[in-house]
Design a protein around this ligand. Structure first.
Ligand code: ZN
Length: 379
């Protein structure tokens, strides 16, 4: 039986070099708009039941993050719900994936995908809760709605304003699984941490900052090829309306805390990238950041503070990045949370690697850490 490869669906992306035989499939990762970033893939292979598949991903040394392929394991799924790791090797140039087909059709992806349809399902579900309002901030370049969820008593201006944003980088689907975990816990009417937080805070949540890149199957950019997490100094409606609209909303509403949720291609740990290096950073913000990290590490062994990005010298923060721009503008604690594509090497799972379920649980734990420090957030 002949095999067939297709990626013409929500968040699908791959370039097929040749696919005549199951044991000699040659692929190349497709580029985001603008051509600068290649790293995300998601495709289905049909006609493979009982076949020993060998997939060769070529030119991996020219992708956006070649170290991301070292000790990385490709994800696969038969039912599009459970994504497991498959046999993967990387020689510095070619990534080879081997797998025996157990059904007619299989899906492969960089990480468990979180498609746009699922996103809309989640927003519809959360939006039905009496404590939640859904506000459309505007339209993306592909004409999709940019949604914000408002959770809590937003008429009460005494309450702390807590912001969560995710998927600026659309290929970092961990961030959407994190959102599912966080949002469902926050709206659990029997959860004491959530109930207490909603007494004192209002939550402004942008579950997907980049709907166009998510649907198109990109790693890092929107439809215009803009890397949204480098647009915060000079966003525009023509090039980066997603950032323009959210930045404007943050200024109108105000902000006491913000977490921007991401995935990191190379580092096999969860960590915080801080904004300590903004000009004249208030030492209070650095102490708050350390306290948040310590509280998160205390409730989740999937979070740690030893491994992460190198420190930036004081005053030299890149203000095009969301966390630095927001912390500098609002003088309020703002952090980037990174989860791995590989695994947490302190607590590895051989079958799944880092997974949707572990991302959800970290989202739940982030509310515990927020609850521990919320009393100190008032400016
Ligand atoms: Zn990112």
């Amino acid at each position: 039986m002949s095999i067939r490869i297709n990626s013409n669906f929500d968040s699908g992306a791959i370039d097929v070099v040749s696919a005549e035989d199951a044991d000699n499939i040659r692929l190349r990762i497709a580029a985001d708009a603008g051509g600068e970033f290649r790293q995300w893939f998601h495709f289905r292979v049909s006609g493979i039941k009982g076949e020993q598949m060998v997939l060769k991903f070529e030119d991996m040394d020219t992708t956006a993050y070649p170290p991301g392929w070292e000790n990385y394991k490709c994800r696969a799924s038969y039912d599009r719900e459970t994504w497991f790791q498959v046999d993967t090797e990387f020689d510095g140039k070619t990534m080879t994936v081997r797998h025996m087909g157990q059904a007619d059709t299989i899906y492969f992806a960089y990480f468990a995908p979180y498609c746009r349809e699922r996103q809309l399902d989640l927003i519809a579900e959360i939006g039905l809760h009496p404590a939640c309002n859904v506000e459309v901030l505007g339209e993306t370049l592909d004409g999709q709605d940019l949604d914000m969820l408002i959770i809590g008593d937003d008429w009460d201006h005494e309450k702390l304003k807590i912001w969560f944003i995710a998927r600026q980088h659309p290929g970092e689907t961990q961030a959407s699984w994190w959102m599912e975990g966080m949002l469902r816990r926050l709206l659990d009417d029997s959860d004491p941490v959530s109930r207490s937080l909603l007494q004192k805070c209002v939550f402004y949540v942008v579950p997907n900052m980049n709907p166009d890149g998510s649907k198109r199957g990109y790693l890092r950019t929107n439809a215009a090829g803009a890397n949204l997490n480098r647009e915060w100094a000079t966003p525009s409606m023509e090039h980066s309306p997603e950032v323009f609209l959210v930045d404007q909303e943050m200024r109108e509403i105000g902000l006491d805390f913000c977490l921007d949720v991401h995935g990191d291609e190379s580092i096999p740990y969860c960590f915080i990238a801080n904004a300590d290096a903004i000009p004249n950073c208030d030492p209070r913000l650095i102490e708050l950041r350390k306290s948040y990290e310590a509280n998160l590490a205390a409730v989740s062994p999937d979070f740690q503070t030893e491994h992460g990005y190198p420190e930036t010298k004081p005053g030299e923060a890149n203000l095009t990045i969301a966390s630095a721009h927001i912390q500098n503008t609002h003088q309020a604690l703002t952090m980037t949370l990174e989860m791995p594509f590989k695994d947490n090497d302190d607590l590895p799972d051989e079958f799944m690697g880092w997974s949707p379920e572990r991302s959800r649980k970290l989202g739940q734990s982030c509310l515990d850490a927020l609850w521990a420090i919320h009393g100190d957030l008032r400016k």
